[in-house]
Design a protein around this ligand. Structure first.
Ligand SMILES: [Zn+2]
Length: 231
């Protein structure tokens, strides 16, 4: 599978017969190869995860399927695409077109996606993360951690081919909590950090602070928008 980092939390995945686009916000979407069906996922409605430009892709690929989290109104999709748009509630399993999608509750708006396609298991967290902040009260942070651990529990012991996990430099000292917990409970071949706000040094920081971490080898070092990875 080929993974293209678009920007922020946006990634395009190319499988044998399928293209999966997640949380497109900005950056160039590369030319889409012929003969592969496109599935577009949006984890929630915040502007850094949802760019209505995604609906223009149906001009190139008329059978594109749009899989939106339930917090996005159907009317956000153009009328002529609403029939090929599905809105998924949190915490459900949806199966169609050889695709299995499970949605996890998020600690922010919307959902995280666990997708099975062509025998590959892909996890895109959206904004499901341990959003603890130094500025918040101890109680607020305690509740955040509790919710995060509960919502991400379905991933415990899961074998995942490619995982897309927030690593947000704005969290300062707390930036590593969500990533480290994910690495503890799940088993991912490759982990693509995201939600970095163009600050890729946060990956170097993680690597330098986790020299002996068993999950270290799975972390993909992203350095620029448009970068591609084969796995
Ligand atoms: Zn976000």
């Amino acid at each position: 599978m080929k993974v293209t980092y678009l920007s922020h939390s946006g990634f395009l995945l190319e499988l044998e017969e399928t293209l999966l686009l997640f949380d497109y916000y900005k950056g160039d979407i590369p030319a889409l190869p012929d003969g592969k069906r496109l599935f577009v996922f949006v984890s929630h409605r915040h502007h850094d995860h949802f760019n209505p430009a995604i609906f223009e892709l149906a001009g190139q690929k008329p059978d594109t399927k749009y899989i939106l989290s339930g917090d996005i109104w159907l009317k956000r999709a153009p009328a002529h695409l609403q029939e090929q748009t599905v809105r998924l509630k949190r915490g459900i399993r949806w199966e169609q077109d050889n695709l299995i999608v499970e949605t996890l509750k998020s600690t922010d708006k919307g959902a995280a996606f666990l997708v099975e396609a062509e025998g590959k298991t892909i996890y895109h967290a959206g904004d499901l993360n341990d959003w603890r902040w130094d500025e918040e009260s101890e109680e607020w942070n305690r509740q955040m951690a509790e919710k995060f651990h509960k919502f991400i529990e379905p991933l415990r012991g899961k074998e995942i081919d490619a995982a897309f996990i927030p690593l947000d430099p704005r969290q300062e000292g707390n930036y590593t909590l969500g990533m480290d917990y994910f690495l503890d409970i799940a088993n991912a071949e490759k982990v693509y950090p995201m939600h970095m706000w163009d600050d890729y040094s946060v990956i170097d920081r993680w690597l330098s602070e986790h020299k002996n971490h068993p999950g270290r080898g799975s972390i993909v070092k992203i350095t620029y928008p448009g970068e591609t990875f084969e796995q």
